[in-house]
Design a protein around this ligand. Structure first.
Ligand code: SF4
Length: 449
């Protein structure tokens, strides 16, 4: 019998959470790799909004799902962890119930190891809870924590997570060595047959959409962003291989919605994305594409906008951050005056509507004024796009980290205070203006709905 591994995507603990094409892509890549190494893989996705055991329970309200596979998660309000006790907002666990999670765990015969991923630093309580329950239900089985929290807060995770190992490795092949340290050995060399090594979305209960990564890394160095720490080198896949992946999911699983996870999707598009989109356009498959990660506005040329329109893009998000162009020098110098208007005009001219063109505006940066955010919101409205406030979360290992620590109302050595809902780097005066900012954004959205 093949040795088995359980891979777990933990719950989210937060004030708010929404599935905007959010899937644990790293974990799904790992699952595919380990499956090809001959392991039997079981995936437990705590964020599964369609879990049959949850749907079968009439006492639980089903989460509303929305367009293109996005939507709400199961949610249960819980007491706030002590550091957050004075925050006047409800706090919840998002995902399947603990009962269902434990039933899933127990339904799998003793695995060789359990691998747990992690994402936002301030969601670590979900990982800790999962690890504790994994150990309770499978005593003696090694539990390994990886993912972004494990990389960004490695010391803390090593001390507090309860995992037997905390891995900062990114290369799936190196994980085999971690498993060997726990006496878990891959059954054989990489298999050439079997499913292609695409992230194992087929292990999810229902595939509403697939997340695509055509490249990793980003050539910019925005001081608030952790992309460079997580992916120091840029690398790109062959567009033909990405097209094969899209066709694989569409033809075998009927998937029509695809979300790009790239940090720099449009960079050098004539040798990369344009080739992929031309291939998609030729096939006329009625697919829909979404870019929840911001696109670089400078790269949205008339040609790129036309290709995006023709190949089926439905949701566009642009990264503007601020309309104060003197500040852009500090933000990586990726937007110059006139770039944004040009990008939006190119998109509008090809037929995108303003509600399809969302623009991320950063809010809550250390030293940022409310007036500059309001000016940016109005600027986006004038240019005929839709503003989205993107709350700044201080992230360890970013260039802005020390400044953030200096401005923060909280001690950022506790990751719960990295939560963007708290806007930790804004003072009371700025926070008092938050409802006014949100109201203005809402008015603009309502006006064009
Ligand atoms: S352009 Fe985007 S991904 Fe690249 S460093 Fe800046 S914020 Fe990060």
């Amino acid at each position: 019998m093949k040795p088995s591994l359980i891979l777990i995507n933990p719950w989210i603990y937060d004030f708010a959470a929404y599935d905007l094409w959010s899937k644990p892509l790293g974990l799904l890549y790992l699952a595919a790799f380990l499956r090809n190494c001959g392991f039997q893989i079981y995936l437990i996705d705590c964020l599964d909004a369609h879990h049959p055991l949850m749907i079968g329970d009439p006492s639980i309200k089903r989460p509303k799902r929305r367009l293109y596979g996005t939507g709400k998660y199961w949610r249960k309000e819980i007491p706030k962890p002590p550091p957050l006790k004075d925050i006047p907002r409800p706090y919840s666990i998002y995902g399947i119930s603990r009962r269902v999670f434990e039933e899933e765990l127990r339904s799998i015969q003793r695995p060789a190891a359990i691998l747990v991923t992690s994402l936002m630093t301030y969601w670590y309580p979900g990982a800790i809870e999962v690890i504790a329950l994994a150990k309770k239900n499978h005593p003696g089985v090694p539990v390994i924590l990886g993912g972004i929290y494990a990389r960004l807060c490695n010391d803390l995770a090593t001390r507090n997570s309860g995992a037997d190992s905390v891995s900062t490795l990114t290369d799936p092949a190196s994980l085999l060595r971690v498993l060997e340290d726990h006496d878990v050995h891959a059954p054989g060399p990489l298999l050439d047959s079997g499913p292609p090594p695409y992230p194992a979305f087929d292990l999810l209960g229902k595939i509403e959409y697939v997340c695509l990564l055509t490249s990793t890394g980003c050539p910019f160095r925005c001081p608030y962003c952790v992309s460079h720490f997580l992916n120091p080198q840029m690398s790109r896949r062959d567009p033909a291989e990405v097209l094969d992946e899209i066709l694989y999911w569409h033809r075998n699983f009927g998937v029509r919605d695809f979300a790009f996870y790239d940090d720099a999707l449009l960079i050098s598009s004539d040798t990369h994305l344009a080739i992929l989109l031309e291939g998609i356009e030729r096939l006329r498959l009625d697919l829909r594409f979404h870019t929840p990660n911001a696109l670089h506005v400078r790269e949205v040329t008339a040609d790129v906008a036309t290709l995006m329109r023709r190949s089926g893009f439905r949701t566009i998000r642009l990264g503007l951050e601020t309309s104060d162009f003197s500040l852009h020098r500090n933000f990586g110098d990726k937007v110059a005056e006139g770039d944004f208007e040009r990008a939006v005009n190119n998109l509008l001219r090809t037929g995108f509507t303003r509600d399809q063109i969302g623009v991320y505006i950063l809010i809550g940066l250390p030293g940022q004024s409310v007036d500059s955010v309001m000016a940016t919101v109005d600027f986006v409205d004038r240019v005929s796009a839709t503003p989205y406030l993107s709350e700044y979360s201080p992230i360890p290992h970013t260039p802005l980290w020390e400044k953030a620590e200096g401005y923060s109302r909280y001690d950022l050595s506790e990751p719960l205070f990295h939560n963007n809902t708290l806007l930790p780097c804004w003072g009371e005066a700025q926070l008092a203006e938050l409802p006014r900012l949100k109201k203005r954004v809402l008015e603009i959205k309502e006006k064009y709905r």
